[in-house]
Design a protein. Structure first.
Length: 276
């Protein structure tokens, strides 16, 4: 398909993004599937929007509707395809990164402890892969590749290349360099872990500094303003002799729910991965 070849040339990183997101699909298959799904959804949205435009009166002349339907199809297809489906691997990569970095330091220090106690690096990787941590499954992928016949260096290089986390890639890079040059792996890995620890402490301190002003805004906008605002609205409407209908009440409830959900998502996004 001409469209697929054009998209592949304009997105040279799509293959790496798919592998990093652990999506077992070829780029052409992934793009082709998303084109079909985006086209179907855009047509459905256009049909619903058209029904709203003509207000359900199917006897009206449909010729002016075509001028509205065509832009809706094109705009909705572009937004769904580019902003939703093609952006899905990046969202998965961010999720995998937060999952991996949540307890990577613990797993990496366990790996260092095993090597300092005299265990070969392969046995140390196997022991780390058996931990009940979120990051252990990424070490387990390396061990699985080795069991399937991939050399240790190549398995580490592959995981490093498609790692969603720079910290994890840095740990693997220290192991790979030590295997290649024969240098002291314990010393280099310990230095890397000490640097990671300092970065985590800095991230937690920055989170604490950001949390105070955001919490103050939440107290004002999410707690004080709705309670006092609703009371003032009720009192004000009472002076002008206007009744609050159930629809108006649902509208204010909806706005309040949106504000609460926004702050919940904002606090969750603000929290560093090391605290998940």
């Amino acid at each position: 398909m001409v469209t697929l070849s054009f998209i592949d040339k304009s997105n040279p990183k799509i293959a790496k993004a798919l592998r990093t997101a652990s999506i077992q699909e070829e780029p052409e298959i992934f793009i082709n599937k998303n084109i079909k799904n985006a086209l179907i959804l855009s047509i459905i949205i256009t049909i619903l929007a058209t029904i709203v435009v003509i207000e359900g009166d199917l006897r009206r002349d449909w010729s002016p509707v075509a001028y509205v339907a065509i832009p809706i199809v094109l705009i909705s297809f572009f937004l769904i395809f580019v902003k939703v489906f093609m952006n899905a691997p990046n969202l998965i990569i961010k999720k995998r990164k937060r999952e991996l970095e949540s307890d990577l330091l613990y797993s990496a220090r366990f790996l260092l402890l095993k090597m300092e106690s005299g265990s070969p690096i392969l046995n140390a990787l196997i022991d780390v892969s058996n931990l009940h941590t979120k990051s252990s499954k990424y070490f387990k992928d390396i061990v699985a590749d080795i069991y399937l016949g991939t050399p240790l260096e190549e398995a580490i290089d592959w995981s490093k290349k498609y790692s969603p986390s720079k910290s994890f890639a840095k740990v693997l890079e220290e192991i790979r360099n030590s295997l290649k040059t024969g240098s002291d792996i314990e010393r280099s890995l310990k230095s890397t872990l000490d640097e990671m620890t300092k970065d985590h402490v800095i991230a937690i301190k920055e989170y604490g500094k950001k949390l105070s002003p955001v919490s103050m805004f939440y107290m004002i906008i999410g707690t004080i303003l709705p309670s006092l605002g609703s009371a003032m609205i009720v009192v004000g409407l009472g002076f002008v002799n206007l009744n609050i209908t159930f629809t108006v009440f649902l509208f204010f409830l909806f706005i309040l729910a949106v504000v609460q959900i926004f702050f919940i998502m904002f606090f969750k996004a603000l929290k560093p991965a090391v605290m998940n």
